[in-house]
Design a protein around this ligand. Structure first.
Ligand code: PMP
Length: 402
């Protein structure tokens, strides 16, 4: 039984959540999808504002058609890894297209964004002489990449180039390779990194950088190339990682770079070599979404327009927001319990957002995380704003009563 003991704390929390409202915030079932921003849940149509469908492309006709065509021509699965079982032309084509879009010379596609970070970090840095420095708020897959690599890992304070500088200065002469990992936009709070400063500090110390633009690809920068484009340092980033599961409306991931040595990862990165390659329909949908966003900025413009509307409405309602206007709009709640009640209240009002509570959040904060989509219609946004307006009234009343 001792194998199961470790689950008890979480199981008790789940039980408490379920007993208090009859609803599991981490297991919401979308019984029937009604489009990119609507689904049937518990027999009721709700607005989806807790997905990462930033550009709203999951039902775009180009992506749908390309995915269906790919199934007809290339089948439903690749049944193996590219290293062991071969590469499809579409994998190569997407790598070339992503490299061209981002302006890098090389690109490698992985089966998920998780594996892209896991695969790049674990292959690039190794024990005993390499060191990885990571922003403390990095995503789990960056932490897991560090573990898999076995290299010494040092955390620096979130979004703090000075903290990075200090930690790099303290490294001894025995250290050979140094890899600094951080993200463009952080998905919980929606805050963006000082990419330019972090790159400058890293290079000053002879360290290479891996920037994860999972949430910012297609969204930030004048042409959607990410926060590094907005900061004017795209060409100085050593390794740029991303995912197909957000703005590219599919599943898969990639790492792009100007270093030709990226290609070595094809025979040294375990998460690339020992898992099946992305299926034809996933590759085709991502390729179609990439072609669309390369040619048409209207989805990005819609997204920002929607984000401005929500951010300004929530600010007026007095919510304590975690970041400036952006595709992720997270509101802080005073406690885990308050956040859970608020999350459930929004579900009752027909709005699905993400509940995020410690230990999964920065600074032990409890938040309601809303993600905006370019596909949200004005009616969707009305439902969201009305629900938050009623919620703000409830929270104000509760604090008076307390
Ligand atoms: N990086 C970040 C910052 C993420 O938030 C995520 C997942 N949400 C990933 C990577 C992994 O992406 P994927 O879903 O493609 O595995």
């Amino acid at each position: 039984m001792s194998l199961f003991d470790k689950f008890q704390g979480t199981a008790d929390l789940y039980k408490l959540l379920l007993e208090s409202t009859g609803r599991d915030p981490f297991g919401v079932s979308m019984d029937e999808m009604k489009g990119p921003t609507r689904a049937m849940v518990e027999g009721k149509e709700i607005v989806l504002a807790g997905t990462n469908n930033y550009l709203g492309m999951t039902y775009h006709e180009d992506a749908l058609l390309a995915a269906k065509d790919a199934i007809d021509s290339d089948g439903t699965g690749t049944t193996g890894s590219r290293f062991a079982n071969g590469t499809y032309a579409a994998h190569r084509q997407l790598e070339q297209d992503l490299a061209a879009y981002l302006g890098y010379k090389h690109c490698m596609v992985f089966s998920t964004g998780y594996q892209a970070n896991l695969g790049a970090i674990s292959a690039l840095a190794q024990a005993p002489n390499d060191v990885i420095l990571i922003d403390a708020d990095c995503h789990a897959c960056i932490y897991d990449g560090c573990q898999l690599s076995g290299a010494q890992t040092v955390r620096f304070r979130h979004n703090d180039p000075e903290s990075l500088d200090k930690r790099l200065s303290r490294l001894g002469d025995e250290v050979k390779g140094k890899l600094v990992c951080f993200e463009g936009m952080y998905s919980m709070f929606g805050d963006t990194a000082p990419v330019k400063e972090l790159v400058e500090v890293s290079h000053k110390h002879g360290a290479m950088t891996l920037l994860d633009e999972a949430h910012s690809f297609g969204v930030y920068g004048d042409t959607g190339r990410g926060v590094c484009e907005a900061d004017g340092v795209k060409d100085q980033v050593d390794f740029y990682s991303g995912t197909f599961s957000k703005s590219l409306a599919s599943i898969g991931g990639f790492v792009a770079s100007n270093h030709p040595e990226l290609e070595y990862l094809r025979f040294s990165s375990r998460p690339y070599m020992f898992t099946a390659s992305p299926s034809p329909s996933n590759i085709a949908a991502a390729s179609a979404a990439l072609a669309k966003i390369s040619a048409d900025s209207s989805m990005r413009n819609n997204l920002w327009e929607n984000a401005r509307r929500i951010h300004s409405a929530f600010t007026q309602l007095g919510f304590d927001l975690c970041a400036e206007t952006g595709p992720v709009i997270a509101a802080k709640l005073p406690s885990k319990e308050a956040a859970f009640m608020a999350w459930n209240f929004l579900m009752e009002k027909g709005v699905y957002v993400n509940l995020a509570i410690p230990p999964g959040t920065p600074n032990a904060t409890s938040i309601l995380r809303l993600s905006v989509s370019a596909a949200h219609t004005p009616e969707d946004l009305d439902v969201v704003v009305n629900a938050y307006t009623t919620l703000a009234g409830e929270l104000a009343q509760a604090s008076v009563d307390a």
